[in-house]
Design a protein around this ligand. Structure first.
Ligand SMILES: Cc1cc2nc3c(=O)[nH]c(=O)nc-3n(C[C@H](O)[C@H](O)[C@H](O)COP(=O)(O)OP(=O)(O)OC[C@H]3O[C@@H](n4cnc5c(N)ncnc54)[C@H](O)[C@@H]3O)c2cc1C
Length: 491
């Protein structure tokens, strides 16, 4: 009896306890909101850490529109983060990290067209189109970049008879600074189309992209060494008009810059030497970064590359799929760390007739500053179809410079010196320098190299009047221009 009595009392006390807990616990969370953690956004060189207030990883257009409409400050946009001068970030901005916005939305193999969300990488897109034996028409040498980042830079590859990527874009969908969604193509909202492509995230968010594709074919490698002065004639006689050439580039060997090796991949019916259709995304690179380091370390390394390593490599036949050759992974270049030394790129575009004179000026500047150049790869591009910040104002040769530099302040200043000298040389030839790399150009040089930048700025003022879309590139060149512009807020 006593046992039962105690059981009733214990149950009663337990119920009372639960009731008190229920009454006194506040289920509405009135605690101060969790402070958003400042986040550092950096690029592959690790030279440009920028603190943003918030990073959003959208997976839908709705989330991008919401991020724009529910805020009022600066917005920066990032894709693969391979640009090298803060083009992806701005202090205290909301950062849109587009890498999870990466679906294939429509694929018509018969029409050879694909529509994607802009954060997809080339490599992921190749997985979808390769089984239908189709290829991306124009992309960079490596496949890690996002489609949106590539369009915003208006990139190019090693394709002959092509040029800036804008030539392969059917249409784009944009999200403007007021949250409005619009389509753009050469026929519809064309000013936005020509401003956003090559516009470095300054005009709108590129959300969807429809690209034209081409057939995936087997390609065979041919290489030839020659003096640099003979290259222009060689290119025009053997490469320029040969429709069988798919990829072509030519490497000028440092430190002397007198010899060049042409490497072309031609359409072929020969038996494959590499059966694999795409380079695996999980491949580990052990010796490749060490070779780059060995070449960078000394002139002996550079001599070995020119006279021993590459002659051996190129003595083997290579026949493979176009998609295999287009699926390189930047990890093959990645050093073990970038703390005291980092690898970076520069690129200069000159009208084809200026190849010889620019090659000499560039080599002289590198030698004068003892810049540690690992490679200068020459590419060719037909003129741009109309983008406001076109780097291919005419038919051009691109000089793609891969180099190593130290990360100290003094070393960065030295790089700035030679960079500005080369930009002056390229402007003398009526050419342009490439904008995704370190921001060493003066605004005067930028305006000379990109003569339609005033139209670009005018468009930006019109479609982004509150200067929402920002990054370090536009901080450098647009803010000064904006200050001079009558009636606009002094940012
Ligand atoms: C190893 C290496 C090799 C390279 N080879 C080549 C080459 O062969 N040819 C060539 O042309 N370039 C080459 N580049 C340069 C490269 O193409 C550019 O840096 C390109 O921007 C990289 O794409 P990403 O996705 O990393 O863009 P990010 O660096 O992330 O962004 C570049 C710009 O695009 C903007 N942006 C990104 N996504 C969007 C979006 N959805 N909407 C609006 N704006 C957006 C960003 O704000 C930024 O201004 C190379 C770079 C490296 C590091």
């Amino acid at each position: 009896m006593i046992k039962v009595f105690f059981k009733i009392i214990a149950s009663f006390l337990l119920l009372l306890g639960l009731l008190v807990t229920y009454i006194f616990i506040d289920f509405d969370d009135n605690s101060p909101p969790k402070k958003e953690q400042p986040t550092i956004v950096n690029d592959i060189t690790q030279l440009n850490p920028i603190e943003v207030t918030r990073v959003i990883q959208p997976t839908s257009i709705k989330e991008i529109v919401e991020a724009i409409k529910s805020s009022s400050g600066a917005i920066s946009i990032g894709g693969g983060r391979f640009s090298q001068g803060g083009q992806i970030a701005y202090p205290d901005s909301i950062h849109l990290d587009m890498r999870s916005f990466n679906k294939v939305l429509a694929f018509d193999a018969t029409k050879k067209q694909v529509t994607v969300q802009s954060g997809i990488t080339w490599r992921d897109l190749q997985e979808v189109i390769d089984p239908e034996n189709l290829s991306i028409k124009i992309m960079q040498t490596y496949a890690n970049f996002t489609v949106g980042g590539s369009l915003s830079v208006n990139v190019h590859g090693r394709y002959i008879g092509e040029g800036p990527i804008i030539r392969s874009v059917e249409s784009i969908k944009l999200i403007k600074a007021n949250g409005e969604i619009v389509n753009a193509s050469p026929a519809e909202n064309s000013t936005l189309f020509y401003g956003a492509i090559g516009g470095y995230g300054g005009i709108a968010v590129i959300s969807e992209v429809t690209l034209n594709l081409v057939a995936n074919v087997k390609v065979k490698r041919y290489t030839e060494k020659m003096n640099v002065q003979n290259y222009k004639a060689y290119f025009s006689d053997n490469i320029r008009h040969d429709q069988n050439v798919i990829f072509h580039n030519a490497d000028i060997y440092p430190p002397n810059f007198t010899e060049i090796r042409s490497v072309s991949w031609l359409n072929t019916d020969d038996t494959l030497t590499v059966e694999q259709r795409l380079i695996s995304q999980n491949k580990e690179y052990t010796w490749q970064p060490k070779v780059a380091e060995f070449v960078a370390d000394s002139n002996f390394g550079k001599w070995m590359r020119q006279h021993v390593l590459e002659p051996t490599l190129y003595s083997f036949d290579a026949v493979q799929w176009r998609n295999y050759e287009a699926s390189y992974d930047v990890n093959e270049l990645e050093p073990s760390n970038r703390a005291t030394k980092t690898y970076a790129l520069r690129e200069y575009f000159v009208p084809v007739e200026s190849f010889d004179s620019f090659a000499v000026k560039m080599a002289d500047i590198f030698k004068k500053h003892q810049a540690n150049i690992i490679n200068v790869s020459i590419r060719h591009a037909l003129p741009d179809s109309g983008s406001l910040l076109a780097w291919a104002k005419t038919e051009v040769f691109a000089f793609v410079v891969y180099y190593r530099q130290e990360t100290s302040e003094a070393a960065q200043q030295e790089v700035k010196l030679w960079s500005r000298e080369i930009i002056d040389a390229v402007i003398e030839e009526n050419g342009a320098y490439y904008l995704p790399y370190q921001l060493h150009a003066t605004t005067k040089q930028f305006i000379k190299a990109y003569p339609r930048s005033d139209e670009f700025f005018e468009l930006k003022r019109k479609v982004d009047p509150d200067y929402r879309f920002r990054n370090k590139l536009w901080q450098q060149h647009y803010e000064a221009n904006n200050k001079q512009h009558d009636g606009l807020a002094d940012e």
